[in-house]
Write a protein that binds this ligand. Structure first.
Ligand code: ZN
Length: 267
């Protein structure tokens, strides 16, 4: 299958899926998300593929959801329409990455922001280039209750998750590694090779055992309440789309939020 918004590579038993809208900082429009699910389905059913790398072409992993498309196509969605759109493409698709039966590694450089943060952190491991930075500024820029899937406290701890979301600030790759959210940080020039080497090391193991390890670790988090907490937050997030803060951001133009990111002012 040919994709318009993805580039697909196969390296032995590793499938690398690259978001391929570099001129848009790999902003996720709904076409890209639909294609990502199709690419994952292909990797899932191909017995020759034992591990998947998810990365982005160009200088950035992903700046988040495509807010220009959101403004043009969804600014006046009803509650029911927004719920349906975001439940499928943001919540269910994210959980599909989380539940993907083979090991996944996010390969992250540059911006890993909001919707980008969300999908990168649904992967099992994260390898970051030195340029990588992580943020979820939408509480500041859109008046939204974070992104749709509140994976943050599960991958960075409650204290750091609150700091990230309350301030809208960026976390560097080095800090992300120090708190355990990122597995490895490498020079950007080595990012693709280092991530692939890690995936190939993983892919040497018999796939069924890997599948069961992943299942059991994810079930450990489920036993701690991950799945019900994420589902509850999705509902809360929908409420924030009806708030004065969000509606005034919408009326100013959602895409203007890209320029209002408070983290940018810190640079
Ligand atoms: Zn939303």
């Amino acid at each position: 299958m040919a994709f318009d918004t993805l580039a697909i590579e196969t390296h032995g038993a590793v499938r690398r899926i690259l978001l391929a809208r570099p001129a848009q900082r790999n902003a996720q429009n709904w076409q890209l998300l639909d294609e990502l699910m199709a690419a994952l389905d292909q990797a899932r059913t191909d017995d020759a593929i034992h591990a998947v790398v998810l990365g982005g072409q160009g200088e950035h992993f992903s700046a988040g959801h495509d807010l220009k498309q959101a403004q043009a196509e969804r600014a006046n969605f009803t509650v029911e329409q927004r719920w349906a759109f975001e439940e499928l493409r943001y919540f269910d698709y994210s959980m599909k990455i989380w539940d993907f039966p083979k090991p996944t590694i996010a390969q992250v450089q540059g911006a890993c922001v909001a919707g980008g943060f969300m999908i990168a952190n649904m992967c099992d491991l994260v390898v970051a280039g030195e340029s990588a930075y992580f943020s979820d500024p939408v509480g500041h820029t859109l008046g939204a209750a974070a992104t749709e899937v509140l994976i943050h406290p599960w991958v960075m701890g409650a204290r750091k998750a609150k700091e990230l979301l309350f301030t809208g600030a960026r976390m560097s790759a080095q800090e992300a590694q120090a708190i355990g959210m990122v597995n490895r940080v490498v020079p950007d020039a080595e990012l693709a090779d280092a991530t692939l080497a890690l995936a190939q090391q993983i892919a040497k193991a018999p796939p069924f055992g890997l599948r069961l390890i992943k299942r059991s670790i994810n079930r450990t988090l489920d036993a701690q309440g991950l799945r019900s907490a994420l589902a509850a937050h999705f509902d809360t997030h929908q409420l924030s789309h009806l708030s004065d803060g969000f509606l005034s951001a919408r009326d100013r133009g959602l895409a203007s939020a890209i320029q209002k990111n408070p983290a940018k002012a810190q640079q």
